[in-house]
Design a binder for this molecule. Sequence first.
Ligand code: UGA
Length: 437
Amino acid sequence: MKIGIIGLGFVGLSLASVLASKNFDVIGIDTDKKKTLELQKGIINIFEPGLEKVLKTALRKSLIITNEFSLLKNCEIIFVTVGTPQKKNGKIDLSMIKKATSSIGKILQKTKKNPIIFIKSTVIPGTTENTILPILEKKSGKKANRDFGIISNPEFLQESNAIHDTKYPHAIILGGPETKYMKKAKIFFSKIHPNVKMIVTKHQTAEIIKYANNSFLATKISFINQLSNICQNIPNSNIDDVAKAIGLDPRIGKLFLNAGPGYGGSCLPKDMRALINFAGSIGVNPSFLKSVEKINQKQIDNIISLMKKSLGTLESKKITILGTAFKPNTNDIRASKSIELIKKLLKNKAKIFVHDPKALENTKKFFGNKINYSESLYDALDKSYCVIIMTQWEQYDQINKNSLKHMKRKIIIDSRRLLIKKQLDGKYFAIGVGNES
Ligand code: UGA
């Protein structure tokens, strides 16, 4: 079976690589020529554990990477995995998905195949039926659900776990009418993911499921962060023990209760904003979601006020930030909480030194010579007034008294409580932990 995948970001590239390594004939399409040339050689410019290896296996088998849309003409299945980034007004930008579907439409016009088009990109409810489907019909001159299938199929993979999540999704969501195409889709997914629960529903429901999922995850994080702020002001209390205890209640569950500087990344903040916007546009005031977002926005201010309490003014003081990636095991800094922290510290005229095992290059692209970049922890910490641990990289667990000895003032703000058990001399603040009474 020939499968086409349009948009080779985390989702598309992982899917293309996994399907080709499972012996499907896969054509991966991206309009970025430089990227496709690199991918053809098995080079990826993102740090994603395991992806390069699966990509190389896939290339040796059947994966073709190209920017030629015409190769889609023999595909029986086409996945659309292009990005839907955020516009300045908070709405999602549909330009890439419109372009991709219009190219598919032109191919549909010429082909004798009756492919199924799966929309994996995150889109607000109604987009598939009201925007994507009409483009496909107009460009192809054919009828959806008769000449071709169109199914909403949201994706739940996490960066840094992309290959695992692509191979073992927790659920398959299929949105669209019950047609022969839906029947085929069910057979296809039950073959590649036997035993995974499938929810078949309408397009709009499938679309809102994705937002429900991400906004619930954001809710869990803001919930634990608010509790963490409370704990921080109760002597001898510790947010991690609270999270561990409530996580044992099966009705709550233990995941996504790790308190910290707030949620970042290219998805949760964007999807929260888009959902809040969308709700407003249909006459619903999403007051709860707005609170979740507000708590997230406050987290960095809490860190800065902790710093100011100890240091007074931050002007011209060397401040060290450990971790700029939005989470460990990625070099992605999009909407990273560290980036937000750095921007605010720059406004306070602090002298910033950053360290990150994988994301320094991306951070440099973002801040240029406005801040300093340290390859070693020693350089990052030398003569620093304050260090803030932002990203939970494993190597930061190794930091001890010795690592901090060349700091000018030993103020340590640990947003992930990595050093809580260590004997450190200096002033140690762990986010979510009340000081001893
Ligand atoms: C998120 C969702 O988890 C995926 O299911 C979804 O498919 C994806 O968005 C998407 O829509 O494409 P991802 O952006 O890779 O995945 O990141 P997460 O692992 O969800 O982490 C997001 C942020 O929350 C990070 O900044 C992380 O540090 C923070 N986080 C996460 C916490 O602060 N505490 C936690 O307990 C968990």
